[in-house]
Design a protein around this ligand. Structure first.
Ligand SMILES: Cc1cc2nc3c(=O)[nH]c(=O)nc-3n(C[C@H](O)[C@H](O)[C@H](O)COP(=O)(O)OP(=O)(O)OC[C@H]3O[C@@H](n4cnc5c(N)ncnc54)[C@H](O)[C@@H]3O)c2cc1C
Length: 404
């Protein structure tokens, strides 16, 4: 095994949005930071379409969007499950920036490198051990083992986090009984009629854009990619069905006939698309770690929490990183050793419990039958009041002061 003697202060595992931002933030504070990622380059699979919440402001403040043609705006409305949270044109408490995740990661990596962070790709972390002075991290590079040393280690290595598992930290929560099938599809001109806020599907009727169309069998969401990414072609749409999960296992390679069959079951009609790409199926998880680290090893981003509704994950991961960068910078300056994890855990666990509750509510609002109807009736009443809407908006923003 080769051992790198170059000692870093912090090693970050994972070059997703949370790890990239954390690395840039630490490096900007003068902390020697190394990022390891098992992939040879940035992921190409389309994922998130935007950052919703205070993270958008934190990114703008650091100049990460400068010259990129991206604008952080106050969201006049937000899709809250199948309902619309109307926040008004002036003074909305919720910020957002529409940016495809691949582009966001590109901008974050460029910024992190400018701050002085170092990257090693093609390095899969396989093990680590901590002692009184630091952490020894073992990685596999093209099948050969290497060892690296740092004072602290952070797992930003996604929902299936190796770091979390190796620490033996629980990830309690719930797995949905529904399965969601998602893809990008090409709908040729004339196949559907698009208006400002709806898409008319022949034989079905008008479906609201970006909001689930509820049916007896489940729900379907349809929206043009162009509304999120101006460089996308006009005829490419995002489609997602949700229905009870029989025995299907989630997969990153969903066959087209399974997608078509799911649409037919949910809508009661075919969607006249020609081709599909990036088709996958997911079973929603809503989970939160019992502890944000142990000793000199910390967790952030999806490694620490996964939510059952869209739009909050990148915000939560970046806000973890803002806090953790401060925590680690202070711990390094004070030689605090293993005690820094307590404060970080207390702050971020409380904040992300609120996000967990909000996303569980959004998920349950899509429920079928009289339970779903009752919940929708109650919550739409709350959202209709200006005070109620602003409070939910502030909670989605991830404001430190917002409480239930
Ligand atoms: C289809 C889809 C749409 C989404 N839309 C949105 C959205 O609009 N808004 C939003 O906020 N969120 C969205 N999300 C969620 C969002 O993509 C994730 O929350 C986000 O990627 C989490 O970032 P992360 O940095 O914590 O982890 P990840 O992005 O998962 O990054 C983890 C990194 O760790 C690396 N890694 C893993 N294990 C190891 C190891 N052992 N050694 C080295 N490297 C390792 C991986 O290669 C990866 O690069 C969406 C997700 C999907 C799938």
């Amino acid at each position: 095994m080769s051992t790198q003697t170059d000692k870093h202060s912090v090693i970050v595992v994972g070059a997703g949005p949370s790890g990239l931002f954390l690395a840039g933030e630490l490096a900007a504070a003068g902390v020697r930071t190394l990022v390891l990622d098992r992939e040879p380059g940035p992921a190409q699979t389309p994922k998130g379409n935007g950052v919703v919440g205070r993270a958008a402001v934190e990114l703008r403040r650091r100049g990460i969007f400068d010259g990129a043609g991206l604008r952080v705006v106050r969201a006049p409305q937000f899709r809250f499950g199948p309902l619309t949270l109307r926040l008004g044109l002036v003074g909305s408490p919720l910020h957002l920036v529409a940016v495809p995740q691949r582009r966001l990661e590109e901008l974050l990596e460029r910024w992190a490198v400018r701050q002085g962070a170092t990257f090693l790709r093609g390095h899969e972390v396989t093990a680590f051990d901590q002692d009184g002075d630091g952490v020894t991290v073992r990685a596999s590079v093209d099948g050969s083992p290497v060892a690296l040393r740092a004072e602290y280690l952070v797992g930003c290595d996604g929902a299936r986090s190796h770091v979390r598992k190796r620490l033996g930290i629980d990830f309690p929560g719930v797995t949905s009984g529904d399965i969601s099938r998602q893809a990008r599809v090409t709908l040729p001109a004339g196949a559907v009629a698009l208006t400002r806020d709806r898409v008319e599907v022949p034989g079905v009727g008008a479906l609201p854009l970006f909001r689930p169309h509820l049916t007896e069998r489940g729900s379907m969401t349809l929206a043009p990619v162009r509304a999120l990414d101006p460089s996308a072609p006009d005829d490419v749409y995002l489609v997602a069905t949700r229905e009870p999960n029989g025995a299907a296992a989630p997969t990153d390679e969903l066959p087209d006939d399974e997608l078509r069959a799911s649409i037919r079951r949910v809508l009661g009609a075919d969607l006249p698309y020609t081709t599909s790409s990036s088709a996958r199926s997911v079973v929603g998880n809503s989970r939160h770690v019992s502890r944000y680290g142990a000793g000199r090893v910390f967790l952030a981003g999806d490694a620490a929490h996964v939510f059952s509704a869209g739009g909050s994950s990148i915000n939560a991961g970046i806000l973890d990183a803002v806090d953790l960068a401060r925590t680690l910078t202070a711990a390094l300056a004070a030689g605090a050793g293993a005690s820094a994890v307590d404060g970080y855990h207390a702050r971020r666990h409380a904040a992300n419990e609120r996000t967990l509750a909000l996303t569980r509510l959004q998920h349950d609002l899509e429920g079928a039958g009289s339970w779903g109807e009752a919940l929708r009736g109650l919550v739409s009443g709350l959202l209709a009041s200006r005070g109620g809407a602003r409070r939910i908006g502030a909670l989605l923003e991830g404001c430190r002061t917002a409480r239930f």
